[in-house]
Design a binder for this molecule. Structure first.
Ligand SMILES: *Cc1c(COP(=O)(O)O)cnc(C)c1O
Length: 458
């Protein structure tokens, strides 16, 4: 088969048929998918993807929130090739490998102060599982076996493995697996547009959600191992931005009541909110930090769970004490992925990516103002380069569209026709462009999405 698009019509037909009949796509109703003829991506460059028929699309969601400097970045390509010339994989179970060591050093240097030890895995969900298990075992190892519950938030998303589902709070994704999981205590989330306390908007906010989580932590502290949160923004929830000060508030609560704080920065890490890590917005250092998605610049699957020295030391003992963290994945610390991550982080420094991002965030903010005028747009939420545009059927009453109308999905299909790839969260249209996107591409992205919204609701 030919390697470069456009593929021949026969090849296109064969791949499309196989894609809709043999591949079972994630988070996808295959009955819907199989009738839609979604593009099959064969190549990419910069912020563009090219399908097998040779059609180009702007990558408006960073290939599901992972791409940072764009596709086919010479420095990352080269780093992977050089690592390939050494070795593709060797295990971290009982052996070291060079890129995993150097990356651990780098991660400790760039993450919030106090995080000194790096435990690798290969996706965000397992990174979260690791944080939960470490938090649980930390209390076992230090003589507090009663501290075994977790507190998380409604609308939270921490991944799809069962531990992560237990701390998840998105009814649509998580409800069916209820009987399979250990449920966390749930505190209210700050869905300010639909404020559970009836005080939508900054002006009327009474910060009831601050008080609610305080009450829960205080009441349950003796049995709580940790609080887990997506700092600054609950992403998969539909890009729900926490009120300012919420993360600092949680840090303080955890300190006061002797509970660990787990920051899930799988989505927010590596520049997405405008700082390297979202925790920096409030000067917070968590006890455990989970990173994944953007860590390799969107090249290869890799995750890391970072822990403080205090936590690490609770596991550091003679073997017979059985304080070992008995957990690991076969591809833990994969050298190719770690080499890609090192190259990704070098680019952040060499190209001053975060400095150059700031004016683009401002431009995006300006462009988003126009969306508020659209009849179907109820709310526009932004944290840096993470954006959620919530569509509603009635702007006044904030009534959502019926589920079966698939409004968000209609929008992304319109956008696709116009050469832009995005993916919604229900009826929230998500924009999460690569940090490398140009001003002009950013304008195109917003213009196409606005037109697509208008067409999809017409
Ligand atoms: C995507 C995501 C995860 C899960 O990561 P996977 O790599 O998809 O397993 C966990 N937490 C947050 C906040 C995420 O956005």
């Amino acid at each position: 088969m030919k390697r470069k698009p456009p593929y021949s019509p026969a090849e296109v037909a064969r791949l499309k048929e196989l894609d809709r009949t043999v591949v079972w796509h994630p988070f996808t109703q295959m009955k819907e998918y199989s009738s839609e003829g979604a593009p099959i991506i064969a190549a990419g460059e910069g912020c563009y993807l090219t399908d097998i028929e040779g059609k180009r699309y702007l990558d408006g969601v960073s290939s599901l929130w992972v791409t940072v400097h764009g596709h086919r970045v010479p420095a990352i390509d080269q780093a992977i090739i050089e690592q390939l010339h050494q070795i593709a994989h060797s295990t971290l179970l009982g052996l070291g490998n060079v890129p995993a060591i150097l990356l651990a050093e780098k991660l400790v240097a760039i993450t919030p102060p106090g995080l000194e030890h790096v435990f690798y895995s290969d996706n965000g969900s397992t990174g979260v599982e690791i944080a939960l298990k470490i938090a649980f075992q930390y209390w076992q190892n230090t003589g507090h076996p009663e501290k075994k519950r977790f507190l998380s938030f409604y609308n939270a998303y921490h991944g799809d493995t069962l531990g992560a589902v237990g701390v998840g709070g998105i009814e649509l994704f998580h409800h069916i697996y209820g009987p399979l999981v250990v449920h966390s205590l749930k505190a209210p989330s700050a869905y300010c547009y639909r404020c559970p306390y009836g005080h939508p908007g900054k002006d009327t906010c009474n910060r009831e959600c601050f008080a609610a989580v305080a009450q829960l932590v205080e009441a349950h502290a003796p049995e709580l191992a940790a609080v887990i949160v997506e700092p600054v923004i609950q992403a998969a929830a539909g890009m729900l931005v926490w009120p300012e000060g919420f993360l600092g508030h949680l840090r303080q609560l955890c300190d006061t009541y002797g509970v660990l704080l787990i920051a899930d920065e799988v989505a927010t890490g590596f520049g997405r909110t405008g700082k390297m890590f979202a925790c920096e917005h409030e000067g917070v250092s968590p006890d455990l930090l989970v990173v994944a998605k953007g860590i390799t610049g969107g090249y290869l699957p890799l995750a890391a769970t970072l822990a403080t020295r205090k936590i690490y030391e609770a596991f550091y003992a003679d073997y017979a004490e059985l304080k070992t963290f008995f957990h690991g994945h076969t591809y833990t610390g994969n050298p190719l992925a770690c080499a890609a991550a090192l190259a990704n982080l070098r680019l952040f420094e060499e190209e001053a990516v975060l400095n150059r991002l700031q004016p683009k965030i401002k431009l995006l903010q300006t462009l988003l103002e126009d969306f508020r005028e659209l009849a179907a747009v109820g709310d526009v939420r932004q944290a840096g380069f993470m954006v959620g545009i919530e569509l509603v059927c009635d702007k006044k009453t904030r009534e959502p569209y019926p589920l079966a109308r698939r409004t968000g999905h209609r929008v992304i299909r319109k956008a696709r026709e116009k050469g832009v790839i995005i993916r919604p969260l229900g009826d929230v249209v998500v924009l999460m462009p690569p940090l490398a996107i140009s001003d002009e591409e950013l304008r195109t992205l917003c213009a196409v999405v606005a037109a697509s919204i208008e067409e999809a609701v017409a």
